[in-house]
Ligand binder design. Structure first.
Ligand code: ADP
Ligand code: MG
Length: 606
């Protein structure tokens, strides 16, 4: 027999609705903070009792609620923030559904005190699971205070899913942080209530600038590791924020904060765009810190797609994606070691490279015994040794005559090369810092950049050389398939490969940088890399990146390779011209920089 359909009683409807809005105590905090912000508050105090499970109290100095509106505030679908359908497309307030207070009231004991400045006295309304008691006077200053107790008392199934008080407290704190990070003009105080006492856990005063708030919430040296991003703002879209440089990354994406029209959101498009911007500048399975504000015409974004308003939908996600990825990449590639240093380094004229001037030092050094008062440099014995070894190398691997245009903003070219450590790390300095360059990582980035250019600028074709006699190469079925799929990409990089048999190819040309290497071994190595990476390859751009990065890795000078001074000079000068010079294509750092201030710390002078 079919079952009877009946309309649910109001309080059951409310409990079901509350289930969507209130997942845990942190969701209540979010809704109440949003209400205080919408009310124009400039100071908000929060008290948390037992992770919010026993109680939450939020006091603000916003515009308050009139006495005769108190009951409406607790009624479902009652809001002061929109009144007609068209308002739904213009939402700039945090709330708009008129659901939060009614939902929270349905599953807890609530007291709502409020006093608008226009009223001489404040009033209070109380609710137990949605049963509202008569309005009473309340001695409260201008603003609103809401206290919640006995959370989920009438929905025990929900209560069972709560974690420990400590875990719930941590969820609350990270929720408040997320909101306070963007609302820098509002002062926040967070107290933990314990046996009648309130312990102040955090106090974030109102700040004049966004960066000050970021610094307060993330103290220590985080600020020094952030790079600003911003787009060329236009009418519909403005992007502004801070992203971490190569000295700060995390194993989870928990330090990525996005705000769309001031609303904290988690959004796959934005996250993907951010990571696209970091492409080849972040190691695999690592995530940056990012605090990014997107202001967009409210018509272009739907904020009404998630019960807790944690997600949004853009009507032009592609444009937002491209713009964000672009500004991130731009900021990372402009990243140079401390700009201020650039002005303190005396510039060398064009025919006097750092290495040559250093060689002169070495020559004069060798005739003097080192003295601390003289022109003594710590590196000289190492360097003379180095020069001898280097000159014995018949053919340098780095094309030191390559065309590197004069770069007046040069940072690397103006470094003094001091010597190397383990024929792997190049020690360099300028007046303000010691710079240590990983020769393999740096060369890898340079080559990667050059290979990539061949795809964006076809005129810049990789010089290839005709083999005297074409060679036939055989590969495993797996590699054959891979090469066949990517024949064109390899051709653009200088390998003219032609399918010859089921598992063989004729190789007619190789890129000219491959002079000294066995082409077969080289191609085998690149294929091995690509095959082991295959799962993570998503699209054409990804596969080009992987091929270029693998080729760069197998062509770059290695650790322990002995470089000639000219080769070092080439490396330094070219570093100035590449995008993302600070990262090798796998996202590892290419150099480390220690400034005077770092030494002062290390030597305990400060
Ligand atoms: P919404 O925020 O979607 O409007 P809520 O249920 O959260 O719905 O709040 C209902 C109404 O109560 C709000 O529209 C607002 O007018 C009023 N209100 C709630 N909290 C505050 C507050 N802290 N200060 C002033 N008004 C408030
Ligand atoms: Mg609200």
């Amino acid at each position: 027999m079919p079952k009877t359909i009946q309309i649910l009683p109001d309080h059951v409807v409310q409990q079901i609705a509350a289930g969507e809005v209130v997942e845990r105590p942190a969701s209540i905090i979010k809704e109440l903070l949003e209400n205080s912000i919408d009310a124009g508050a400039t100071a908000i105090d929060i008290v948390i009792r037992q992770g919010g499970i026993e109680g939450i109290e939020i006091t603000d100095n916003g515009h308050g609620i009139d006495k005769d509106q108190l009951q409406l505030a607790l009624t479902a679908h009652a809001t002061s923030k929109l009144s007609q359908e068209s308002d739904l497309h213009q939402i700039l307030t945090r709330g708009f559904r008129g659901e939060a207070l009614a939902s929270i009231a349905a599953i807890s004991h609530m007291q709502l005190h409020s006093k608008p400045s226009s009223q001489e006295h404040g009033f209070m309304i109380a609710s137990k699971g949605g049963d509202i008691s008569p309005i009473q006077p309340s001695a409260i200053p201008n603003g609103t205070k809401i206290s919640i107790a006995h959370l989920f008392y009438n929905t025990p199934a929900r209560k069972k899913f709560l974690k420990s008080a400590n875990t719930e407290k941590n969820h609350i704190i990270s929720q408040i942080k997320k909101i306070a990070l963007i609302e820098y003009g509002i002062a926040f105080k967070i107290y933990l209530a314990d046996q009648g006492k309130h312990k102040l856990l955090y106090h974030w005063p109102a700040h004049e600038t966004w960066l000050q708030r970021i610094e307060t919430i993330f103290p220590g040296d985080v600020k020094e590791k952030l790079l600003p991003i911003h787009n060329n703002q236009h009418q519909h879209l403005s992007i502004e924020g801070y992203i971490s440089n190569r000295h700060l990354s995390f194993s989870r994406s928990s330090e990525i904060y996005f705000y769309v029209n001031h609303r904290p959101v988690s959004d796959k498009t934005l996250q993907a765009a951010l990571m696209e911007g970091y492409r080849t500048a972040m190691m695999e399975k690592r995530y940056p810190m990012a605090i990014v504000k997107i202001d967009i015409d409210p018509q272009w974004v739907d904020v009404n797609i998630h019960p807790r308003k944690n997600e949004v939908r853009f009507s032009g996600p592609q444009q937002v994606f491209q713009e964000l990825a672009f500004v991130v990449k731009q900021s990372l590639s402009q990243q140079k070691p401390s700009e201020s240093n650039l002005h303190q380094v005396p510039s060398l004229n064009s025919n006097q490279s750092s290495v040559y001037s250093l060689n002169k030092n070495v020559a004069s050094e060798q005739t003097h015994s080192p003295s601390l008062t003289g022109n003594y440099t710590l590196s000289s014995p190492a360097l003379s040794n180095f020069s001898q070894q280097a000159s014995s190398l018949a053919e340098p691997r780095l094309p030191y005559t390559a065309d590197v245009s004069e770069n007046t903003q040069a940072y690397f070219a103006q470094l003094n090369f001091i010597g190397h450590i383990d024929h792997t790390y190049l020690l360099c300095s300028n007046q303000q810092s010691l710079v240590i360059i990983d020769q393999h990582a740096a060369h890898e980035r340079i080559l990667f950049d050059q290979f990539k250019q061949q795809f964006s600028k076809p005129s810049h074709l990789q010089k290839s050389q005709q083999l005297l006699t074409p060679v036939t190469l055989n590969f495993s079925p797996e590699k054959t398939e891979l090469l066949t799929e990517n024949l064109e990409t390899f051709a653009q990089l200088g390998f003219d490969l032609e399918i010859f048999g089921p598992q063989s190819f004729i190789l007619r040309t190789t890129p000219s940088f491959l002079i000294k290497q066995d082409a077969k071994v080289y191609i085998e190595n690149v294929c091995n890399d690509l095959l082991s990476n295959h799962q993570s390859t998503q699209g054409l751009e990804d596969s080009i990146d992987h091929i270029c990065s693998s080729m760069a890795c197998h062509s770059a000078v290695r650790a322990h390779d002995i470089l000639s001074p000219k080769e070092v000079d080439y490396l330094l000068r070219t570093m100035d011209t590449v995008d993302l010079a600070s990262y090798c294509p796998h996202g590892r750092p290419t150099y480390l920089e220690y400034q005077v201030a770092d030494f002062e710390k290390l030597f305990k002078r400060v």
